[in-house]
Design a protein around this ligand. Structure first.
Ligand SMILES: [Zn+2]
Length: 63
């Protein structure tokens, strides 16, 4: 993520250093966003794998 390059508008320090409450709030929000952004593709892949396995299982049972 590029949020470590962001400079706080309140204390003019890098947001990643968390020197003021504004920094810490921004850092937390950005970390949550990056976490969710990394989680969603993995969740979709897992869901797809479950669907493929279920279809394969059903096809095997009917044959
Ligand atoms: Zn700040």
């Amino acid at each position: 993520m590029t949020y470590d390059r962001l400079v706080c508008a309140s204390c003019a320090a890098p947001v990643s250093e968390g020197r003021c409450p504004v920094c810490r709030a921004n850092r937390e929000r950005l970390q949550q966003e990056s976490f969710l952004g990394g989680l969603n593709p993995m969740a979709l892949i897992a869901l797809l794998a479950v669907l493929v396995a279920a279809v394969a299982l059903l096809a095997h049972q009917t044959v």
